[in-house]
Design a protein around this ligand. Sequence first.
Ligand code: GLU
Length: 444
Amino acid sequence: MTVTTRFAPSPTGTLHVGNIRTALHNWMFAKANGGRFLLRIDDTDRARSEERHVESIRADLAWLGLAPEGEERQSARFDRYDAVFADLVARQWIYPAYDTPEELELRRKVLLGRGLPPIYERTALALSDADRAALEAEGRRPHWRFHLDHVPIAWDDMIRGPQRFDAATMSDPVVRRADGSWLYLLPSVIDDVDMGVTHVVRGEDHVSNTALQLQMFQAMGAAPPAFAHEALLTGAEGKLSKRLGSLGVEHFRGAGIEPQALVALLARIGTSDPVEPFADSAPLIASFDFARFGRAPARFDEAELAQLNARIVHQLAHEAVAGRLPEGMTSAAWDAIRPNLSTVAEAADWWRVVKGPIAPADLLPEDRAYCAQAAEAAAAIDWSADPWPALTGALKEATGRKGKPLFLPLRLALTGREHGPDMAALLPLIGRERALDRLDAAAA
Ligand code: GLU
C-alpha cells in the first residue's frame, strides 16, 4: 500500500502560514515513506471558490518546493458524490430533514434551558411518508443528514494518541443543503476513499469531524485512513493571532525569506526536535515523525524565522542565487558578501559598495593623514595576490598602528561603512584603481 497524503485547501483565499505548515507535513510524511502527496482543491463552494486562488495555491506550493504527485478537484467529481449519496440514502445512512433554522434554534434553546446538550433530536426521522409529502406540497425542500450509529467511536491519532467520542452525544451532521450543494464532510470522505488516501494530516480543529467521518468511511464499506491532527499555530506572543491568518508566501517572499527557511522552521516548531538551519529538506524529512509532535500549540515567531533565514542564506551557493544577484556579481563576490546578509536581496547593497561610487568617509585629521599613507602603500603592494594582508602589514610596520586604529579607518575609507564583509575578501573585489581613489578621497 503506497502511503498517500493529501493537502486539501479551499480556494477561497491565499494560503496562510497555518495552511502552509499542514501542506508541508503532508508532503514530508509522504516523502519520508516513499509515498504520494496529492493536492486536492476543495472547491464545492462554487460561489466562494476562485480560479486565481487555485493558481496562487499551486504557485505557493511550487515556491516552497512541495511538488504534488497529482491534483484533484472536487468540482469535477459531483457525479461521483451524487452516486454515493444516492446509495447512502437508499441504505438509510442519509435521510432528508425539513427543519427550518428557526425550528432548530428553538429546540436548541429549549434543550439548553433544560440543561441538556443541544443535540439534533431526529424529528425528521419521525415523519411519515404522508408528513413528508405534505411538507413538499408546501414547497419545503429537505436538507440531508447523516444518520450516526450511536456507538462509541475511537481511533489512535498519530499525534494525539487514543481518541474517543460517543456518537450519541453528537448531532447527525448535515451533509447536503436543500439547494443540492455539499458541505465539506462527505465529499472529503468519498475522495479519501477513491484516491487511496492512507494518512489524513490536518489541524486539530477537525478532530470532531474525524469522529463523524469515521462512520462515513464505514457506511461506504471502506477502511479508514490513519489520522494525525496537529496542534494549531500561535503567534510569538503565544496567543492565537489574527496576523497569522494574513501571512502568506507573498509576505515572506517580500521580506526576503527563502522557502528553505520557512520549511526548516515549520517542519520543527511544535515538535521535540530543535529548529535548525537546514538549507536542504532531506535531513528534515529523514527525522520527520508525528510521534515527536507535541499537543501544545506551535509558536510561530517571525523573528526566529528571520534569524533562521540569515543562517540559510549564508549557506546558499552562488548558482542557487545567481539569477537574483546584480549583474556581474561573481561567485567570489557572493562568497565574500554572503556571511553578512540577512536576505539575498541585501547582496545588491554590498555590490554597490564594491562598485561605487561611495560617499567619502568623514575621518578625524590624524586618520586622514593615515589614509594618505595607506594610498601610498596601496600603490606599492602586489594586487595579484592577497592585497589586504599586504596593505595592513605594510601600514602596521610604517605607523605602529594595530587593531582597530589600523583597520577601521581603512574600512571606512574603502567602503564608507563601519561594518561589513571581511576586508580580505572585499578588497580584491574593489580592486586597485577604486581602492586608490577611495583612499585619496578619504585623505583629502
Ligand atoms: N478543505 C478542508 C479545510 O481546509 C480540508 C480539511 C481536510 O484536510 O480534510 O479545512
